[in-house]
Design a protein around this ligand. Structure first.
Ligand code: COA
Length: 282
């Protein structure tokens, strides 16, 4: 899919989004909406879907014509996790073990890419938010859930483990709550997910969810895209690199941002009492 976009007067970019079978893509007004589209399986993720998500995240990396990525599921469910019917396939034991390992690790690579996306990632959560779907909720910058959505880590009930998801769940809600959810496979609703910090907003209807999304997108448009990307990257380094080194890097990034095109425009716009160019609706 070849799409030409004009990001105001900043630049003209051609985005080359991959052709996809298991997800739907809609690129509109600086917002790329990705819909997991396997409603007959409650949007459970198979290899193709995971590879397609990876290809999309690769295609838009550092593309600031896209300000936000909205992740949602088709037909009233976000995602029922990994496609269980793809597990325990035939072939030799060695082949099966290799295929299982590859798929599991592929999911980990995909969710890492989604976690590190340079855009603001927003999840719209309804119906099933299970297993890998729960994991995707945990890496979104902003999560908006239907109050009746069903969140759970059901893997241990199936005799398997939330292997690639667990680190992201722990990072989101801490070890104590992650243990509870993983070890008794407790199912919680959107309101409880908000109390735990998995999601930020809850809504009752799809209209309310859409309105909440629009409010969030207004906020995204207020913030400079490259400044957002650098801020997110710095925050994701907390706990991963030594504290003083992180603060040194943060000071470097701050200096760069002050001198950047965005920094110049944002501070000038403030003094001229006008909106910076990125704050207009695209
Ligand atoms: N993998 C493969 N197929 C799945 C699936 C999954 N994770 N989740 C649902 N499906 C399939 C069902 O097998 C069923 O297929 P069928 O129509 O061929 O029988 C279809 O999707 C609809 O599921 P169903 O259970 O009838 O729908 P529901 O609306 O009553 O319940 C869920 C939806 C998501 C709550 C329920 O299907 C479920 O608990 N799924 C398993 C979730 C899970 O354990 N995920 C972790 C995987 S590691």
């Amino acid at each position: 899919m070849l799409i030409t976009l004009e990001f105001r007067d900043f630049k003209m970019t051609v985005i080359n989004l991959p052709e996809c079978d298991e997800i739907l893509l809609d690129n509109n007004d600086g917002v790329l909406t990705i819909t997991l589209n396997r409603p007959h399986k409650r949007n459970a993720m198979n290899i193709t879907l995971v590879e397609e998500l990876m290809a999309v995240f690769d295609a838009v990396v550092n593309d600031f014509t896209i300000r936000a990525i909205v992740l949602r599921g088709a037909a009233g469910n976000f995602c029922a996790g990994a496609d269980i019917s793809g597990m325990n396939r035939g072939g030799s034991e060695e082949q099966a073990a290799k295929a299982t390992w590859e798929f599991n690790r592929l999911f980990g690579r995909m969710i890492t890419k989604a976690n590190n996306a340079s855009q603001v990632v927003i999840t719209l959560l309804e119906g099933a938010v299970l297993g890998g779907g729960f994991g995707l909720a945990c890496i979104s910058d902003i999560a908006i859930a239907d109050k009746n959505a069903k969140f759970a880590l059901p893997e241990t009930g199936l005799g398997i483990i939330p292997a690639q998801i667990a680190p992201f769940v722990v990072a989101r809600i801490g070890l104590t709550q992650a243990r509870r959810l993983a070890l008794i496979a407790e199912r919680i609703d959107g309101e409880a997910a908000k109390e735990l910090g998995i999601v930020h907003y809850t809504t009752f209807t799809s209209e309310q969810q859409q309105q909440q999304l629009e409010k969030v997108l207004q906020g995204v448009r207020r913030c400079a895209p490259e400044a957002n990307a650098v801020t997110k990257a710095l925050m994701l380094k907390v706990g991963r690199i030594e504290h003083e080194t992180l603060l040194d890097q943060a000071a470097d990034a701050f200096c760069e941002s002050v001198r950047s095109k965005e920094g110049q425009e944002g501070t000038k716009a403030f003094l001229e009492k006008r909106l910076p160019v990125w704050a207009h609706k695209l």
